[in-house]
Each structure stands twice: as structure tokens, then as C-alpha cells.
Design a protein around this ligand. Structure first.
Ligand code: HEC
Length: 162
């Protein structure tokens, strides 16, 4: 009985030993994973910037209505997109400069915590200047960002609900 067990184990070990069929199987799996990876969605820098543009505007409208809860949400969205830019667009040389918005974003966030409209407007202006400073440094100076005028999102109420 014991001998039979030894033989069975030996056979199963032998059949599992790294043979060419196993290698081919692994190679197939790696190939299919690589294909999946190359086909998976990766946001472009221009796309994420358009996203930043929308939240930059919404942040301003929220601040205008002293809707600090919404402003806090919008500044966090901006932070998140900056993190995504670092994560997904690190192959773009320009992204090395993205860190310059961190200070201004933190300052806007502080003015939201302080619920201070004047401070908010000043810091928002600095943030906007920083956007343009980076566009200039990266030779995208023709993308000029400014303080929003009018109201771009008529399907959203920016007034505080309570
Ligand atoms: C790395 C420095 C950098 C910073 C900081 C930066 N941008 Fe950009 N921005 C770029 C680059 C580079 C592009 C061009 C991306 C592309 O299309 O490939 C761009 C493009 C844009 C565009 C054009 C998008 C389009 O396709 O129409 C807008 C709008 C924009 N940025 C808004 C902003 C705003 C608002 C801020 C500040 C909150 C900001 N950016 C901060 C580098 C920066």
C-alpha cells in the first residue's frame, strides 16, 4: 500500500514537473494579460485637464454662494484628479511640474475650512495663475484659464441647500 502511494506521488510529481507544455501555458497567460493591459482604459492628460477645468469652475461657483460644503467637495475632486495625473500620465514630461499646484490647492482648501470668502477669492486667483504658469512652462500657454464668468453648469444648483 505504502509502495503504491510512493509510486502515485512520483507519477503526479513527474507529470507536474516543468515541461514545455507548462511553459507554453504560462506564456499564453502572460500574453493574454499583456493584451488586456494594453487595451485597458488610461485617461489622457488633456482629458484629465478638461476634468480639472470643470471642477475649477464649480469650485468658484460654490465659493461665490459660500456653499462651503460643496466647495470642500470640489477641492477634493481637484486633488483627486491631480493624483490621477501623477498616476496615469507619468510618461508625459510635463507632469514633472504638476507639483506646483499643490501649495495653491492647500491654500484654497484652508480658506474653505475658514469659511472666508475674501481669502477664498485671493487663493483661487493664485491657483488660477499657477494653472497658467504651468501651461506657459510646458508650452501650452495658449490654454488660458481664467476666473469663470456667468454660469457654465445651469443644470446644477450651487446655492447651499440648508
Ligand atoms: C503640469 C503643469 C500643469 C498644471 C499645474 C496645470 N496644467 Fe492644464 N495643461 C497642462 C498640459 C501639459 C496641458 C496639455 C495636455 C494635452 O492636451 O496633452 C494642459 C491642458 C489644459 C487644458 C486644455 C484641455 C483641453 O484639451 O481642452 C485646460 C482647460 C487646463 N489645462 C486647465 C488647467 C487648470 C484649470 C489648471 C489649474 C487648476 C491646470 N490646467 C493646471 C499642464 C498643466
Amino acid at each position: 500500500m505504502k509502495a503504491l502511494l510512493v509510486v502515485l506521488i512520483a507519477i503526479s510529481l513527474f507529470s507536474c514537473s516543468p515541461g514545455s507544455s507548462n511553459e507554453a501555458l504560462l506564456k499564453n497567460q502572460i500574453d493574454s494579460l499583456q493584451t488586456k493591459l494594453s487595451e485597458s482604459y488610461k485617461p489622457e492628460l488633456g482629458e484629465l485637464m478638461t476634468n480639472i477645468q470643470a471642477h475649477h469652475a464649480k469650485l468658484w461657483y460654490a465659493g461665490q454662494y459660500q456653499n462651503w460644503k460643496l466647495a470642500d467637495y470640489e477641492i477634493k475632486e481637484l486633488q483627486e484628479i491631480v493624483e490621477n495625473i501623477k498616476k496615469y500620465n507619468s510618461d508625459r514630461n510635463e507632469v514633472k511640474l504638476i507639483g506646483m499646484v499643490q501649495g495653491p490647492l492647500t491654500q484654497v482648501s484652508n480658506s474653505i475650512q475658514n469659511r472666508n470668502s475674501k481669502q477664498f477669492e485671493d487663493n483661487f486667483t493664485t491657483l488660477t495663475k499657477t494653472c497658467n504658469a504651468c501651461h506657459l512652462a510646458t508650452k501650452y500657454e495658449f490654454n488660458v484659464v481664467k476666473i469663470p464668468e456667468g454660469q457654465m453648469f445651469s443644470n446644477q444648483d450651487f446655492k447651499p441647500s440648508n
